[in-house]
Design a protein around this ligand. Structure first.
Ligand code: MG
Length: 303
């Protein structure tokens, strides 16, 4: 299933929906009302559906088996990030593709070796942005904004000290993340990445969540285009630390909860490592796409 959060024209109320095979939107709240069934979650919150666990997903499956076709063209609704306001920071992995580590090391010249454990950092919840929304750009804050296409993993079942071989039991689904990064702020603040990774709107996400049964995340092409030009083009099979290892490591002594988002790192081709370096400017359009999930399209807009 592909699940999304959207609003209808002229409305501010969030709705959640599922996409049918022709990418038309089935409004879960409206359809359950029409069918006279009560869903075991709040139909304005995809986070609520995630938290409702297996019961919630089964109820959606039952509903969809009766509905099948969507009634709304997906271009006619406004899509938000699937979880527009996560309860926690978005958890991220640094240097998870060997070529990306190497391209950065060519610039840093630090003699650093790839760490034996994944590097984690986070992005503030206020970074989360819609799949087609504008990303604020203010050169007085940062003039070194960079792109990073990444596979996002949505946790569905809580767990602590999760074993690697059970990690996928805890996954609800997958989404596309653009981990937009202010390189100047990343460097200026003592090499702690939080500030440079946490500017408002710097985490476009979506366009929907593909549930764990919908696709195999282990070999998906991921690409990033800036103004139509391909900058990143790789596959999730080149992840250095696999998804199961990331979940096992993150959950050591730290409970992962439904709705937590883990962004699994970016491949090579980012702007700062190019020769000469390239950074985003107002009116640039960034498209980040993962095969089998979808494509984000975000324009940078003067803030
Ligand atoms: Mg990243």
């Amino acid at each position: 299933m592909r699940l999304l959060t959207f609003t209808l024209p002229g409305e501010s109320r969030h709705r959640i929906g599922a996409l049918d095979a022709k990418d038309r939107v089935i409004d879960l709240g409206a359809e359950s009302e029409r069918a006279g069934t009560r869903l075991p979650f709040d139909t304005s919150s995809l986070l609520s559906l995630v938290e409702s666990g297996r019961a919630g997903l089964n109820a959606v499956r039952d509903l969809l088996s009766a509905v099948r076709a969507g009634t709304l063209d997906h271009g006619a609704v406004r899509m938000l990030a699937p979880i527009p306001r996560p309860r926690k920071n978005v958890m991220c992995v640094g240097w998870n593709y060997l070529e990306h580590f190497q391209e950065g090391e060519r610039i840093r010249q630090s003699g650093q070796e790839l760490p034996s454990h994944p590097v984690f950092f986070t992005k503030a919840p206020t970074t989360v942005n819609g799949p087609y929304d504008r990303v604020p750009f203010d050169p007085r804050v940062s003039d070194k904004m960079d792109w990073e296409v990444e596979l996002g993993v949505i946790i569905g079942k809580a767990g602590k000290n999760i074993a690697e071989d059970l990690a996928f039991d805890h996954v609800f689904g997958y989404t596309v993340v653009n981990d937009i990064s202010a390189r100047d702020l990343q460097r200026a603040h003592g090499g702690q990445w939080f500030k440079g990774k946490s500017l408002d709107g710097s985490c476009p996400m979506g366009p929907w969540i593909a549930t764990a049964d919908f696709l195999d995340p282990n070999d998906l092409r991921l690409t990033c285009r800036v103004n139509g030009e391909i900058k990143q083009d790789s596959s999730t099979r080149f992840m250095y630390f696999r998804i199961s290892r990331l979940i096992a490591e993150l959950s050591r002594g730290m409970t992962l909860e439904p709705g937590d988002i883990i962004s699994t790192g970016t491949p090579s081709g980012v702007g700062f490592a190019r020769n000469p370096p390239e950074y985003l400017r107002a009116e640039d359009v960034v498209e980040t796409e993962i095969e089998g999930i979808g494509c984000l399209r975000n324009e940078l807009a003067a803030d």
